[in-house]
Design a protein around this ligand. Structure first.
Ligand code: AP5
Length: 217
């Protein structure tokens, strides 16, 4: 199965992708996680991406398209969920062209819908594990021991781009450049699953699994 998860920053894409990939045995291909790993490794791509990520803007399309098409090829036949990509219509067109060349297609687009008002609390309360990528929240999804990853990896961290100023810039970028990606898939008559993501995490997961079940998954 090949899925795309769309939604604004803090919609719960990473949280839900982890659950979907565990249930269906898919690869989780997160453009944000791959960029953060490139930065941590000090690669040229990571250095180029840094200033865009720190300000809440978008990394240039050509860099992202090459990076994500590479990740899709590595995922091989087991299927995947794309998280954070495509984020512009140019990226969606680049993905379509690569899939067409490989004779493949996306099975469904899952669109997580959350109003802007719900986002700020989610982002400023987010804590992540730098080792395994697990995502927590200081109120909505607490770790068992304060500040520590449940999987024994060690201390959790707060993302630099989760400050209120950068979050508001990321939301602006989302409305200006990313919201149009859904319209692109609507015009192309892709299968779109719209999910109310302004409800508790388990209920969002259940809504996604029910919708995927209706597709025979
Ligand atoms: P990226 O890492 O992709 O960030 P994002 O899309 O802004 O999404 P987030 O990871 O912040 O949020 P999420 O939807 O995954 O929410 P989460 O599950 O963590 O990108 C970072 C940067 O990289 C970009 O700004 C850009 O610069 C660059 N970049 C990445 N991809 C790019 C691309 N394709 N093109 C160009 N540039 C690119 O949840 C958030 C919090 O809320 C957590 O604490 C969670 O516990 C909590 N939560 C989740 N669901 C719920 C719920 N239902 N109720 C209550 N709390 C919830």
């Amino acid at each position: 199965m090949k899925l795309i998860l769309l939604g604004p920053p803090g919609a719960g894409k990473g949280t839900q992708c982890k659950r979907i990939t565990e249930k269906y045995g898919l690869a989780h291909l997160s453009s944000g996680d791959i960029l953060r790993a490139e930065r941590a490794a000090g690669t040229e791509l990571g250095r180029k991406a840094q200033s865009y990520m720190d300000s809440g803007g978008l990394v240039p399309d050509d860099l992202i398209i090459d990076m994500m098409i590479g990740a899709i090829k590595k995922a091989g036949a087991k299927g995947y969920v794309l998280d954070g990509f495509p984020r512009t219509v140019v990226q969606a067109e680049g993905l379509d062209a690569a899939l067409k060349k490989a004779g493949e297609r996306i099975d469904a687009i899952v669109s997580l819908e959350v109003p802007d008002e719900a986002i700020l609390d989610r982002m400023t309360g987010r804590r992540s594990c730098p080792k395994c990528g697990a995502v927590y929240h200081i109120v909505n999804l607490k770790p068992k021991v304060d500040g520590q990853c449940d999987k024994g990896c060690g201390p959790l961290m707060q993302r630099k781009d989760d400050s209120p100023e950068v979050v508001s810039n990321r939301l602006k970028t989302y409305h200006e450049q990313t919201a149009a990606v859904l319209g692109y898939y609507q015009r192309n008559r892709s299968r779109i699953i719209q999910i109310n993501a302004d409800q508790p995490i388990d209920e969002v997961s259940q809504a996604i699994f029910t919708a995927l079940g209706r597709l025979g998954r």
